[in-house]
Ligand binder design. Sequence first.
Ligand code: BG6
Length: 488
Amino acid sequence: MDSMTFVLFGSTGDLAKRKIYPALYNLYLDKKMPPAFSIVGVGRREWSDEEFQASIAQSIRTFSRRPHPDPSELETFLAAFRYCAVDVTDPEAFHPLLSVVTQRETELGLPENRMFYLSVAPEFFDVIAANIKACGLGETTGWKRLIIEKPFGHDLNSARQLNEKLSAAFSEEEIYRIDHYLGKPMVQNLEALEFANPVFQALWNNQYIANVQITAGETVGVEERAGYYDQAGALRDMVQNHLLQMLMMTAMHVPKRMTASDIRAEKRKVMEAVRPLKTEDVWKHVVRGQYGAGEVLGKKVVGYLEEPGVRPDSQTDTFVAARVWIDDPFWQGVPFYIRTGKRMKEKSTRIVIEFKNPLEKLYRQKREKPAPNLLIISVNPDEGIALQVNSKNPSNRGKIEPVTVDFSAGTEDVPEAYELLLFDALRGDSTYFAHWKEVELSWIWVEPILQAFRENLVPLHEYTAGSHGPKQARDLLAADGFSWWLDK
Ligand code: BG6
């Protein structure tokens, strides 16, 4: 791994504190940082290096999965950090930043490899990229890379405009678009599950798979983010990015080689094959919901419209379920169901593959109906794989019953999404970052749904907080003869 400089925009923000510093620190402890590095934090407030370093130490103690740092190790780590106050909208203000970066490069003998991380509000993405270019920070004798957080656009048009502006300063190969779901170990594991197991590989198609169910349920509500969320809704916040990424990862076919470009090309093919929806047909395949008051994890909670900062007549979706068809020879006829919601019964992200059950008939005469085989990939908060198979239960008169064969990853020392993603970006491996084409194709698919929501062509169903979402999401599957698995 090359020695380098890491410039973090938004260094005093919440994401930096909760995720980025703990991730960098854990990489450092695991000896996964470059041999030599400098980290420059950029923010609006006037901070000294000491104040900045103290805030990083605090964030590591509060949010790291290893919250008790060894004092001398922590001190050496913090010594790599410098702070620079910059008004990012002012091109002139970038010159002092350039000086800090080059000064540290000289002091530490670093090659001019520069990683820029934009952990800032989306309205600053393009102006920062432009100013990095204008002040010369982007002219290096080494490599340069740009890591960018979501949201990548608000719709197809704004995403395209943003991409065009970023492309003026960075090439596609230099842009690392974060989708933190791609950093989740079990999402990364999909590739091994599908391609390193001949058993699953042989079954991974419409001959054997009846349907696929991808769920990302959350118990939290809108929290303090109404300003953003009420404009976005679940479709933009979760479906356009995280759920479609999981769908691509699940449905992709074996790449020629296990390289970033081949894997991303396969993902793109899936998204290209996803059947487009006509605005007037969206209601047939998509369920829209908004939570009402209820009880979540034993606590009474208010409905979405009562949440602080939410418009009292808001039509924003806090729940979306959809039936997705992939029109390629492998998946023709296999519905992929996706759903996500706030204030659901449980926090659970999982992918369930339901296999076809041709032996059902064989047993029906004996009035024993074997359950279908299921492959369950638990992504969050538990991480694991389970296979449901049928087996005779000797203590129940030999009746055939489903049993699960379980592998649980445990949660103790599993690296967090941000550790895996940052490590990859530092190595220049973009496999688990969203390519522009994936983002664009996702927006293209989502666009008619956005329009149908806007024009109220899809009913907005209220669901009780603490439930599995509106009943209509169950009807969506029931219409095809299926039901959501594992809803407790
Ligand atoms: C974020 C969304 O991208 O993902 C949030 O903006 C959501 O609204 C979060 O809560 C969920 O992430 P995780 O990792 O907790 O499943």
